[in-house]
Write a new protein. Structure first.
Lengths: 242, 242
DNA sequence: TACGATTATATGTCTAGACATATAAGTCAA
DNA sequence: TTGACTTATATGTCTAGACATATAATCGTA
């Protein structure tokens, strides 16, 4: 990923078309709502086949830079929205990728019938069973994050017998259960006694919280809360403009 | 955006191919590093033309699910990475979109030669001039976020004369300056006196911090720190699996 | 054995068509 | 004016080819 791609190598035609349009959008020459030329007009302008301009426009649409409507044309979408791609890996993979030593510790694992609080957290109505897991991840023997997780056994029956004493539940789930939708909520809290103890920080120290809900189709799979020491851990998202 | 797309409408062929491969990757049937079938093999399996499977594979490559290498084939990339699309709009637009009353207040604006701290924050070496802005956004007259921003005048000379007493600098920049790259860092801190005062929260209360750096090509445009009350504001990112 | 040249091959891009499909716009009747 | 029907059109997908290009694998040579 290079910052400036001003090499002298001639890009392919569809990339040039895409870049041309992107530029006009980013400079504001074509403001939001503006109708960009029809495919057949671009075909004429660039002297190429329709498939070539179609590929350029399709990629712009995929990047949410333009919106394409049959019969109407293609329109510039609000370009002022920054779309950040925040990659949040499996914590084990994340720590290993950082080149640090990964440590895992299961704090508790309970199999129980859902309580009202569980059902609310998972967004399910019917009674059922869950696995409630609490565990800690560390990097180079320093606490990295604590995890509180519920797994809905009606969606993931195998989780009842999975061994989470060695493998973190997040990694296990990623390898065993496909997900189709997820939602992250990021917030900040201050550490209470339990968190401070688990993360080896002071009571009242800031913590970054990530709540993640994962579904497969409309079925809830898991709800997890990750707590990171807020002053040391940082979520970094780097992304390209558009 | 529907949670369950189990309608009976038959998807197009390239989407089916893409979904098939995606599924095998997500279930772990094809683990990272696994070579997925060659285009000509998929052509035979699905009985379609090469362009059709090429489109499916190209989209998977764009989504970073697979890596394609000439002569070698296409390989599964670390599939356990969840890719969250976190849309962070211009704060004014964000509050308006929430259907709440937007309020803006310029706290301070200074034009000055860069200090060493400024240069470090902007990541520039050479001395120059910056505009340093501090302001507050509110929703329905409740403090929503405070913003501390530096704008590099060597990249954005117009910012020297822009009137930030009415228009927030973020909105002004988005409409006047195209950006090509940005980086977000999300962390948590506890409020000190100044923050507590500006956000109308208690000293020691948690705050969510977003540091955003924006570049055009390799030129730094702006560095901004946004502080949100951590227990009330939440960053929500919802995204599709894959 | 090591290294340089050659070759085979999978992907990357492109074409000139085709038919499908959603829908904006126009038409006509109530 | 309103609603229902028809039509025109831009995009969506697909085909059966083509040549370009990067590179893994092979072969030949020092």
């Amino acid at each position: 990923m290079s910052l400036a791609t001003d090499a002298a190598d001639k890009p392919t035609l569809y990339k040039r078309i895409r870049a041309d349009i992107e530029k006009r959008i980013l400079t504001g020459e074509w403001p939001p709502g503006h109708r960009i030329p029809f495919e057949h007009e671009l075909v004429a302008r660039y002297g190429c086949s329709r498939m070539t301009v179609n590929k350029a426009l399709s990629e712009l649409a995929q990047a949410d830079l333009i919106e394409r409507r049959r019969r109407a044309g293609s329109f510039v979408r609000r370009p002022q929205h920054q779309s950040a791609v925040l990659k949040i890996a499996d914590i084990r993979a994340e720590i290993i990728a950082l080149g640090r030593g990964y440590g895992y510790e299961l704090i508790s694992r309970k199999l129980r019938a859902t309580t009202a609080a569980d059902r609310e957290r998972l967004g399910v109505k019917k009674a059922g069973k869950v696995v409630a897991i609490s565990c800690r991840h560390s990097a180079d023997n320093v606490p990295f994050a604590v995890e509180d997780r519920l797994i809905d056994l009606s969606s993931v029956p195998d989780a009842a017998t999975a061994d989470f004493s060695r493998e973190p539940p997040g990694s296990w789930l990623l390898h065993h259960v496909p997900w189709t939708e997820a939602e992250h909520t990021i917030s900040a809290i201050v550490a209470d006694d339990r968190m401070a103890d688990a993360l080896d920080i002071a009571v009242g120290a800031p913590c970054l919280v990530i709540d993640r809900y994962t579904w497969r189709s409309a079925r809830t799979i898991t709800a997890v809360r990750l707590l990171y020491p807020g002053d040391s851990h940082r979520l970094v998202a780097r992304f390209k403009g558009g």
